[in-house]
Design a protein around this ligand. Structure first.
Ligand SMILES: [Zn+2]
Length: 457
């Protein structure tokens, strides 16, 4: 027999007592409730009470905030520039400023909107939408010509842009930007972003041990961010993005960039950026000074997986004798037009295409997703009445269909803008519009406004 086991029943009783006490403790609130119920006012007492004044009625709970539905099929072409000259240069990183102006004009001619870094980040983070196809402009290193040559052109076009600066080449004389020039850039549509402290290849450990390497990376990534925010805090600079020097990084660099709180980091891997693209490995087309080898593909959205043929179908067609025939597919509201009605009727004229399989047609509208349109095979006319006021300023529409017997999807994507002042116009009723009324006769708006041009291939 184990010594002390005779105390077992005593121990058990003590345990039970403790447990009982604990349950009483737990029972206390319940007993309170019972007591309250017993103390309840009688019916007479209740009737005698004054009715609740309207101002005492608690307000209804705030409506659930609807998250905007972003167009996850949108694509951004991000251009990366470096230095500029008003003369000529054989250095690929230096671009003649008149060539730069022509490129900015080409973006405009292609009807591609230029978005800001903030718009880009908000879209990537699912907060707000961007046009289905658009461009973002970045300039690296902080050469003086960013201020003396490029800034004027960008201001002329009203394009937002981003400059990636590295601390060791700011305000150090020569061809570097002065602090005041950086401030002027920041106040003229330029977003300041980090390009490290020293502009060294961050993937190179350079004989450092693991700890020393991490510490060095933190300096380059964290200190450069802090420096820009502190030095240019008077311009409201908040640094959220980083461009890897030479576009080079490794897993450790990615980890420390994430730790540092960067929302996006940029490489020099020329490709369109989709919504699924990894935030810390965003590609850019580095535009060369001597060839258009990177610029032209950057502007070509026609050959991609999403809008195959789209721009071509919407583009003006010329017959053999050179006369304009109008686009194969015309759309209303037309591409890049501004509408003053938040309840527009979307119309697509497919009559010039033969053999469209009506069953294959899918229409998507930003904010509404896939919608049920009306399609009349006899007239080739498709319509969709926006059922609720558009709350976005840029509305993206995407149409896909197949020709009968074909397995390939044709995709057409375009965007139009909604005049923000349309909010205050009385012409559009606040009541939802039903989609069963027959659409009014088509206007020739699509034909009057030239649609997006086909970029050169
Ligand atoms: Zn650089």
């Amino acid at each position: 027999m184990i010594p002390g086991s005779r105390y077992f029943p005593i121990g058990l009783a003590a345990l039970a007592a403790v447990f009982l006490l604990a349950s009483c403790e737990k029972a206390a609130p319940y007993l309170d409730q019972v007591k309250k119920a017993l103390d309840r006012e009688t019916d007479e007492e209740l009737a005698a009470r004054k009715p609740v004044a309207p101002e005492d009625i608690p307000p209804p709970p705030a409506p659930v905030k609807m998250e905007p539905v972003v167009n996850k099929e949108a694509r951004v072409s991000i251009l990366g520039y470096h230095d500029f000259t008003d003369g000529t240069s054989s250095n690929d990183m230096i671009l003649n400023v008149e060539d730069f102006r022509r490129q900015m004009q080409a973006i405009r001619d292609a009807k591609l909107p230029v978005i800001s870094l903030r718009q880009f980040l908000d879209w990537k983070q699912g907060k707000s939408d961007i046009p289905a196809e658009c461009v973002m402009i970045t300039i690296d290193d902080g050469w003086k010509a960013t201020h003396t040559l490029a800034l004027g052109v960008l201001k002329d076009f009203g394009y937002p842009f981003t400059v990636f600066l590295y601390k060791n080449y700011i305000n150090v004389g020569g061809r570097s930007l002065t602090h005041d020039e950086v401030r002027e850039i920041a106040r003229s549509g330029g977003t300041l972003s980090s390009h490290s402290l020293s502009h060294q290849n961050l993937s190179r450990k350079g004989g450092r041990g693991d700890e020393a390497y991490d510490a060095w990376l933190r300096e380059e990534l964290v200190e450069s961010m802090r420096y820009l925010e502190e030095t240019y805090g008077d311009t409201g600079a908040v640094v959220k993005t980083f461009a890897y020097p030479f576009g080079i990084y490794n897993d450790r660099v990615l980890e420390i960039a994430r730790e540092a709180g960067y929302e996006a980091c940029f490489t020099v891997n020329g490709k369109k950026t989709g919504w699924e693209e990894k935030d810390l490995e965003i590609g850019r087309y580095v535009v060369h000074g001597t060839t258009l080898a990177n610029f032209d593909p950057a502007l070509d959205f026609g050959g991609g997986a999403v809008t195959t043929g789209g721009r071509k179908l919407l583009a003006e067609q010329k017959s053999e004798d050179g006369t304009q025939k109008g686009p194969l597919v015309s759309v209303t509201p037309s591409a890049n037009s501004v509408v003053g009605n938040r309840l527009p009727l979307i119309e697509v004229d497919l009559s010039k295409l033969t053999g469209v399989d009506p069953e294959s047609i899918v229409l998507r509208v930003s904010g509404f997703g896939r919608v049920s349109h009306r399609f009349d095979p006899a007239s080739g006319r498709l319509t969709y009445q926006i059922p609720q006021r558009l709350r976005v300023e840029t509305c993206a529409v995407q149409l896909s269909f197949r020709h009968a017997g074909s397995k390939e999807n044709e995709l057409i994507g375009w965007t139009f803008q909604v005049d923000p002042l349309a909010n205050y116009l009385s012409s559009d009723s606040a009541a939802p519009v039903k989609n069963d009324s027959l659409p009014p006769a088509s206007t020739d708006e699509a034909a009057l406004t030239p649609p997006a041009a086909t970029p050169s291939l």
